[in-house]
Design a protein around this ligand. Sequence first.
Ligand code: ZN
Length: 266
Amino acid sequence: MILILFIFGLAFGSFSNVIIYRVPRNISIIKPNSFCTKCNREIKWIHKIPIISWIVLKGKCSYCQSKISYLYPLNEFLVSLIFIINGLSLGLNENINIGNNLISLSIFSLLIYIIAIIDIQNLIIPNRVIVLGICFAFLNSISISILNNDYYYLLNRLFSGIVGFLSLEIIIFIIFLITSKYAFGSGDSKFYGLVGFWLGFNNLFAVFVLSIYLGGIFSLVGILLNKLNRKDKIPFAPFISLSAYFVALFGSENIWNLFSRLYISS
Ligand SMILES: [Zn+2]
């Protein structure tokens, strides 16, 4: 089971490399075939085996010998790791339907991983990835609704998608009125919308609180250690992704329990 998840993870990790590199640069995902970003020559299929090819080629292009970033095999490895964690955590969280379904959980975790990495590298969340994510969320919610004969599920997802988007837009607007600055990018509100579509209302609320909490701690520590300037732009998607992943694995109730243990009992 773990080996199968590892191999699937490598394949999808390799595919995520294509999306992470091409989408922010507006290159089609399907055409052309993988090419070296320095000499533009097409990469042979034998040199496209995840992780192994990079090690065999010692991280260099087989034509022009220019360096190939270690981030490619690292991505492949991390996606494999996420897929294995998904498999091991299956059924851990019975309150959330995608936590019981390996395919849904894998698609969702891959999506939020890709969005986080693109935001770290480019400080944007591309609309193309959001739209793709919403299509998958729709398919997922519709199939769960039909299988369980529970159309409230679909309605809840649609509603929380809209709430997720609008809540941050309203917060951005209020902060703008006070400081005349944009505190978040518009991609962040779309991302909350996407998370709402996938996880539903209760979980969305937990993701919202947890991500602002994590982002706040990160910024505070960064400023205290003089690594960050108050005016620095930091990508916020990684905090949304991390929180959404925790909530998808453990459920919103466990997140609230953790908060109350941290602050109320002490
Ligand atoms: Zn090359």
